[in-house]
Design a protein around this ligand. Structure first.
Ligand code: ZN
Length: 869
């Protein structure tokens, strides 16, 4: 298989007499009107990683040349790249594509349709096969396989290609993460010499640069984003997916270079909402993949390594909608050709060939068995309704809140294709179990409460996202306990809890019956036109806590407006602020303050009121000494080598997209020389040793001196373990000793690392860090093994948030048996004064995946109040 670059170049330049081909399959004959990959890219598929502009060009050229292909743009990425979807089918199917789409949607929601009508649709319905490639940008063989797939389907004249086109619509999403993929392509291209690729695994061409190509622009894993929708790539993709309602969805990845090939069925655990009909189809597709691979003597495996528990993967989300979702994993060729432990060299072309073969086998099987697949899909959508009608958990109810979190949650659910309705009037339920409790009781829901009836075609996804706790098999748990006892690693692949009412911090219940009366149809949250804001004589006030208020404050501070925080209750005329407010004093700002406040209120959606006087009717006067100025912080967000790309990205996203406050991103190694430019430094998660290495002794001392001189240092997750180290010299916080491996021996019991659970925490509501959070008990995310001890000389206001006491601790997800006792009462959020400055340590990452919208005020408060407390 080895071929020198020179030979490759010669072959690429020489005109070929034979029918144009692509090198990933023996095919033909081909329609000469459709451009080959080589003719547009300038190289043979597999010789190079294809950059986005060439991929885009090729897809456009093929769509222009072939009546079998329509090209759609699903989204534009944060960096401005188009997220493409090629819709490929026979000319006859292309002519009736609108009818096919309407049929697909009818099958997706069969309620009210007659059996005859549905049977007629099943008979004429092609299988809809969604192929998603390279969601992790550095898993580049997918893109090359997608190009080959497009060419084969657009140009192939053989019987098999025609059969697929007649009986299926193939939806090709060639690069799910264009920003990350381009980063990978550029990393490799820059490290690639003229004489071929060095195959040494540690060579630069295989290593990439921080942060690597796996993630999106904001360094998110888009293969966790399918229900969270933080990125335009996901929003566009999910909208298109709901529109097409595909019957099969394949997500093509790469894994370690020394591996072979993986396809479904996955390993345990499976989410309990995965329907048994999916398991049958996993075996059907596995058999056809195995046959395709056995023909070449290629190796593969199933049921190991990749689970089906978290609902935000690119296959689990489709599975919960009724598609047969399957992960395909190919060993990575890294920079394009890498030597493996067995001495063989794995090339990009081989890797792409495997993906091509598996996707082709899947398309062929879907086409050949289309009626059976479509009928099972229909049955899935029908039984989602009837199963929930019979089930114990029939509906989820959540209460609207003054800060708009329930409205945001409802909007997010609707974007997931889930029907959400509202109570037309207050309603009493006798069978409502509050989230976090075990027993049902009588509850009076207010008018306008949101109701999700799980008896709907999208009900299995709705249940997976909303149920209080995702169930894990007891056998699975027993096996994991035994593995851990004997020092083996566990099979928890991702977090074990994500229940959205907790992450959005809304009050929720599940019920056995559907409360009513419901409003006639799904309505958007009423957009109350806010009355024109009067010109204030004394000032403007708005409450803390909502995302709108956070953006309002951020906008004011960024525009240089002076803002105060009044932490105590007051009432001014008809406007009551039971938890205090931010106040913009007119006299302390320029004349243009009125216009600025009006503009920012409109942009942010914050409810701002005009105040005529510092004198209040009830509560604390607005000139009180308790009212303090919020200084606009100059913020550094630290990234680069040594820092967790995810944690950095989550914080960057929070600043840019949620808070909308400018930050300066700096490398950890450069931070010491830049400190005087900043008031707040946010240090995302990192290994303590890595922070010390990047900073060096001098850098660590410079950072400590900067804090003592008045700086605010905010540490997240792993960086808080660094803050808690004695030699850092900035905090009395310390890691608990029993979170390390029991002894250094291999095979000794492993530390109890929590696989992403949800627990209760108790907050000090008098701390400015909890401004806008009025309920002292709320859910937080806990992940990993770090647990901190509170010092004996604890002072008021330091342990701002602590984990709840043991019996009330756990809400959702898995905690190892000893974790509750160790975690209970320990700090989640810590702050202390250091000289004239302050440190604020989060034991966990509040910005995790943009999933924990309910914790956004904590992070924003740390940034804005840190220097002013
Ligand atoms: Zn992957």
């Amino acid at each position: 298989m080895k071929r020198s670059l020179l030979l490759a170049l010669i072959l690429a330049i020489l005109p070929r007499a034979a029918a144009a081909q692509h090198p990933l399959a023996e095919g033909g004959p081909y329609d000469p009107a459709v451009p080959t990959p080589r003719s547009v890219l300038g190289y043979e598929l597999g010789d190079r990683f294809t950059p986005h502009h060439l991929l885009h060009r090729y897809f456009e050229r093929v769509a222009e040349a072939s009546p079998r292909v329509r090209l759609d743009t699903m989204a534009v990425s944060f960096e401005g790249r188009e997220v493409l979807l090629a819709v490929v089918t026979s000319e006859a199917n292309q002519r009736r594509l609108d009818e096919i789409r309407a049929d697909a949607r009818r099958l997706a929601d069969p309620r009210g349709a007659s059996a005859t009508e549905l049977e007629r649709i099943v008979a004429r319905m092609p299988a809809l096969v969604w192929l998603g490639y390279t969601v992790h940008g550095n898993e580049g063989s997918g893109v090359e396989a997608a190009i080959a797939m497009l060419y084969q389907l657009a140009a192939g004249q053989d019987a098999e290609t025609r059969m697929i086109l007649d009986s299926a619509v193939v939806l090709i999403d060639p690069v799910q993460n264009p920003d990350g993929h381009e980063r990978h392509v550029q990393d490799v291209m820059r490290a690639r010499g003229a004489l071929g690729i060095p195959t040494t695994p540690g060579a630069m061409v295989h290593q990439g640069n921080w942060p690597g190509g796996r993630t999106s622009h904001y360094l998110f894993d888009l293969n966790r984003d399918w229900f969270i929708h933080s990125h335009p790539e996901t929003r566009g993709r999910v909208a298109r997916f709901l529109d097409w309602a595909p019957h099969v969805a394949v997500d093509l990845h790469e894994m370690g270079s020394n591996s072979t090939y993986f396809f479904a069925p996955p390993m345990e655990p499976f989410n309990k909402n995965v329907h048994s009909s999916i398991l049958k189809w996993w075996d059907i597709y596995a058999a056809s993949n195995a046959e395709a691979f056995d023909r070449h003597g290629w190796s593969y495996f199933r049921r190991e390594g990749y689970d089906e528990f978290y609902p935000g993967y690119g296959v689990s989300w489709p599975i919960l909608t009724g598609a047969v979702g399957m992960t395909y994993e190919q060993a990575s060729s890294a920079g394009g050709a890498i030597r493996r432990r067995d001495g063989t060299v794995l090339t990009l072309r081989e890797a792409a060939s495997h993906h091509y073969a598996a996707a082709w086998a899947t398309a062929r099987t879907s086409a050949a068995r289309r009626t059976e697949r479509v009928r099972d899909y229909l049955e899935f959508r029908r039984s989602a309704v009837t199963d929930a009608e019979r089930g114990a958990m029939r509906a989820i109810v959540f209460e609207p809140d003054a800060q708009g979190r329930a409205d945001s949650l409802a909007a997010r659910l609707r974007a997931n294709g889930i029907e959400v309705r509202r109570l037309a009037a207050a309603a009493e339920a006798r069978d409502a179990t509050p989230y976090g409790e075990a027993t049902a009781g009588r509850v009076r829901f207010p008018a306008g409460a949101y109701v999700v009836d799980l008896a709907q075609p999208q009900g299995r996804l709705a249940k997976a996202l909303l149920e209080p706790d995702a169930q894990l098999d007891s056998t699975f748990i027993a096996e994991e306990l035994e593995s851990r006892r004997t020092g083996r690693s566990n099979r928890f692949y991702d977090v074990t809890a994500w229940s959205l009412p907790y992450t959005y911090r809304v009050r929720a219940w599940w019920t056995r019956t559907v409360p009513g009366p419901l409003e006639p149809e799904a309505t958007s949250p009423a957009t109350v036109a806010s009355p024109a804001l009067a010109t204030a004589r004394y000032g403007y006030a708005f409450e803390a806590g909502s995302e709108a208020a956070i953006r309002m404050l951020a906008g004011l501070l960024a525009d240089g407006v002076r803002v105060w925080y009044a932490p105590r209750a007051f009432r001014s005329g008809e406007h009551a602020f039971p938890h205090g407010a931010f106040v913009v004093r007119v006299a302390a700002n320029g004349d243009d303050v009125h216009e600025t406040v009006r503009r920012l209120a409109a942009e942010s959606g914050a409810r701002v009121v005009a105040l005529g006087s510092a004198l209040v009717d009830e509560g604390t006067d607005l000139g009180s000494n308790s009212v303090f100025p919020v200084r606009p912080p100059r913020v550094a967000l630290v990234g680069g080598d040594g820092v967790s790309a995810y944690s950095f990205g989550f914080a960057w996203f929070a600043f840019d997209q949620r808070i909308r406050y400018p930050v300066t991103t700096v490398r950890l190694a450069s931070l010491p020389g830049l400190l005087e430019e900043f008031d707040v430094v946010v240090l995302p998660s990192a290994q303590p040793g890595a922070i010390d290495r990047q900073l060096g002794d001098g850098g660590r001392e410079a950072l400590a001196a900067w804090v003592r001189a008045g700086g605010t240092l905010i540490t997240l997750d792993g960086a808080t373990a660094w803050l808690a180290a004695e030699r850092t010299g900035l905090s009395r916080l310390r890691l608990s000793r029993d979170t390390a491996r029991a002894d250094g021996e291999p095979g000794a019991p492993l530390p109890a690392s929590v696989p992403g659970a949800i627990v209760r925490a108790v907050g000090d509501t008098l701390s400015p860090l909890l401004a806008g959070i009025h309920d002292p008990v709320f859910p937080v995310f806990v992940d990993g093994s770090e647990i901190y001890g509170v010092p004996k000389d604890l002072r008021p206001g330091e342990a701002v948030i602590r984990y709840e006491a043991e019996p009330r601790l756990r809400l959702a997800g898995y905690l190892w048996p000893e974790v509750p006792a160790r975690l209970a009462g320990t700090p989640y959020l810590w702050t202390e004064r250091v000289g004239r400055g302050r440190v604020i340590g989060f034991a966990q990452d509040p910005n995790f995946r943009d999933l924990w919208r309910g914790l956004l005020p904590l992070f924003a408060n740390a940034v804005f109040f840190g220097p002013s407390m």
